[in-house]
Write a protein that binds this ligand. Structure first.
Ligand code: 2NL
Length: 341
């Protein structure tokens, strides 16, 4: 083959390559073009390279340089087009331009968590500290130290799961206060929030696992006046300025004991289904700590007195947000929870 002929042939291949690359509309047709042009076995340009030895040594140098230049040009064009086609194929395979934009999910605190944090904030300002303890407790911390008489009807409300080792699932957060009384000298002002367990049906107003917050204040000279003043102050902060009333009650661990009611937040005292037409809603139980409880924990009941209360943040959240069924607080239904975001 003559040099002239060689140069013409590779120019022809270069021109054919340009149109093949331009006409390739898929990676498959482009791959076929690459094969026919620069393929190792049957590529047109590869065939030309095999012709080089038939030229004279002087012609071979010029022809070799020319064929290498064309090879680089063709390969660059093929590579550029390949990237273009594959990105176009990838995006046309997944993009549905009629699809609605994805809505951003926004995390939010659970209404019961909101209520617990609000109660903690109010009591923190009054000098209380948050105390935590185990949910699996000894019978002594849950009942013995709290002056529960054996076989007393008060025990019926506190049935729970008993574990093999004589331990049980705590029925209230009072054991946290017992542990605090055992390890700290008064003055003590603590708030004990946490989950508690009781043998109950799961219905609109009961749950077998529920949140409780108890408070305890112990010092010299603490009286029922402190209980009433502090809890009234709390009710005004939590429910807005509202009337409160104290009714006598019974707990084994307090004497005297009292329930605190607030004016029904829904009907403002005029009576509605939520307050069973009484105009009042019960929000917590309280009382002066029984001397036997102080003595059991090693606190001198001749020197110290104190008061305590217990309330359900789930119940409080239901009143605050007008939730009609306690199960809504445990279902994790996004349609309900989203409203608090
Ligand atoms: C309620 C009533 C109450 C207490 C809890 C308490 C704790 C100790 C000593 C004395 Cl260590 N009392 N806690 C007192 C009165 C009432 O809870 O209805 N809770 C949901």
């Amino acid at each position: 083959m003559k040099l002239q002929e060689f140069i013409e042939k590779i120019a022809e291949i270069e021109a054919r390559a340009a149109s093949l690359v331009a006409e390739a509309t898929s990676t498959a047709t482009l791959d076929a073009a690459r094969h026919s042009l620069v393929g190792r076995k049957s590529g047109a340009l590869t065939a030309m390279m095999k012709e080089l030895p038939s030229l004279s040594p002087e012609e071979r140098r010029e022809a070799g340089a020319a064929v290498n230049r064309v090879k680089t040009t063709i390969e660059d064009a093929l590579d550029t087009r390949a990237i273009d086609l594959s990105s176009r194929e990838a995006s046309s395979a997944t993009a549905d331009l009629t699809m609605p934009a994805r809505r951003q999910w926004k995390g939010a605190k659970h209404p019961v968590t909101l209520v617990i944090e609000e109660i903690e904030d109010i009591f923190r300002e009054l000098g209380f500290t948050v105390a935590l303890g185990p949910e699996v407790e000894t019978e002594w911390h849950n009942f013995g130290a709290l002056n529960f008489p054996p076989d007393h009807p008060a025990m019926d409300m506190h049935d729970t799961l008993y574990l093999e080792s004589g331990l049980l699932l705590r029925t209230h957060t009072s054991p946290v206060q017992i542990r605090t009384l055992q390890s700290y000298e008064p003055p003590i002002r603590i708030l004990a929030p946490g989950n508690v367990y009781r043998r109950d049906f799961f219905d609109a107003s009961h749950a077998p696992v529920f949140g409780q917050i108890e408070g305890l204040a112990i010092d010299e000279g603490v009286s029922f006046v402190d209980l009433k003043a502090t809890l009234t102050q709390f009710a005004n902060r939590f429910f807005g300025s509202t009337r409160t009333r104290f009714r006598p009650s019974y707990f084994p661990f307090t004497e005297p004991s009292a329930e605190m009611d607030v004016e029904c937040t829904l009907c403002k005292g005029s009576g509605c289904p939520a307050c069973k037409n009484t105009g009042w809603s019960e929000i917590l139980g309280s009382g002066m700590v029984h001397p036997s409880v102080l003595d059991a924990s090693g606190v001198d009941s001749e020197r110290y007195t104190g008061w305590a209360f217990g309330m359900g943040p789930g119940r409080a959240a239901m009143q605050r947000y007008g939730v009609p069924d306690i199960r809504l607080l445990y279902d994790s239904d996004m349609r309900f929870l989203e409203q608090f975001a």
